[in-house]
Design a binder for this molecule. Sequence first.
Ligand SMILES: Cc1cc2nc3c(=O)[nH]c(=O)nc-3n(C[C@H](O)[C@H](O)[C@H](O)COP(=O)(O)OP(=O)(O)OC[C@H]3O[C@@H](n4cnc5c(N)ncnc54)[C@H](O)[C@@H]3O)c2cc1C
Length: 421
Amino acid sequence: MKTKKKVIVIGAGFGGLQVVHTLANRKDFEVIVIDKTNHHLFQPLLYQVATAVLSPADIAIPTRSITTNYKNVKLYMARVDKIDFETNEVYFGNGKETYDFLVIATGAQTSYFGNEEWKKHTFGLKNLKDALAIRRQILLSFEEAELSGDPEKIEQMLNYVIIGGGPTGVELAGSIAELSHNIIRKDFRIIDSANTKVTLIEAGPRLLSNFHEDLSEFTKKKLEERGVEILLNSPVKSIDADGIELTNRKIKSKTVIWAAGVEAAGITRALPFSKDRSGRLIVDGYCRISEKPNVYVIGDAASFSYNMKRPLPGVSPVAMQQGRFVASFLRNGLDESRMRPFTYFDKGNMATIGRTDAVAEFSIFRLKGFFGWMGWLFVHLVYQVGFKNKMSTLLSWIWSYLTFRAGARLIQEEINEPKQL
Ligand SMILES: Cc1cc2nc3c(=O)[nH]c(=O)nc-3n(C[C@H](O)[C@H](O)[C@H](O)COP(=O)(O)OP(=O)(O)OC[C@H]3O[C@@H](n4cnc5c(N)ncnc54)[C@H](O)[C@@H]3O)c2cc1C
């Protein structure tokens, strides 16, 4: 008689990893984790890799090193491209595995809201590759401006546009302004990097629309003090290789960063079950797909609105809590009399604006400015995965704070590789 239950987890992000931790070293479960990358990524600090404050290895950790001591966990670095829900089989690369229970934790991808052609003229920020592409673009633009000699080209090169006034847009805008207006200013002789223009564009009436209005106002004021131009109520009409067009204005820029939205990742969108407008799979109170009760969906891939007016937001605490919930439900033998449906414990929202300024709100109080920033630093250190990453991030922050320098200002390629003679 088969006693071990086989659980396949697709995605070793915030949600998937919690399933793995909770089922680790259980004799009654065999766990197979499949992820297309070899690392767990701390996405909240991606913007600091994009702006050269941190290195990739500070915010990513090899998944194999996390599961070293989990004897019942097997890992594949592979992209899942097909799931057969009749035979309970998951297909990836040249392999396939059969499951008793499946947990889909594949996260989200950048969404262009149907304007797919904008993708090729903008930079998204969802993974390490994206962050390194932005870092390269920003650092190269300063180098090219220093070489150029043409004032019009210099202006275009030192014009950075960020679309989307949520936490990622705010954090990027503050960080790019700090990098150009302060950190690298003394390093260039021809251009004055303080002339860099950073424009943050938001289609709605305020920044950080999920936060209290007072915090949105504070964020706007603090970004403006740092030299960021903020355009509210400004939906983007078009984007091309030269820049962007709004209803009443064109902005020339070679660096347009798209931080305006996400949708469920590719594999989820192709599955034959009910989804919401963002392609997220609709789940019941136990994070299950109702037609397939042995299939669970958690985190950014799931649309969870059981007993609620609106689906839960795509943030890491939702993914982590759902991951732990689903694994506990499996451990408890799927006994609904022992476990009530999932409820989310909302710990609050945070966004940093720059050196010594952040906003944070919790159920009963709000913080802004220095105390918000201290809270932000603390929470982001605590939730980083791995002691080494916590320490290297902390040291990089202390060093940047004390020296006004950015530690990871590397462009990995040579410029204009010489032609072979
Ligand atoms: C720039 C940025 C900043 C953010 N800041 C914050 C913040 O400050 N606070 C906060 O709470 N949240 C923040 N978030 C959101 C948070 O990161 C997500 O809500 C969280 O990562 C969701 O966890 P998840 O497990 O659902 O997906 P993820 O953590 O994204 O993990 C998904 C995993 O699935 C893998 N995968 C996807 N498709 C496949 C496939 N077909 N085959 C195999 N593997 C696959 C991916 O490689 C990835 O490892 C931010 C996100 C971004 C992009």
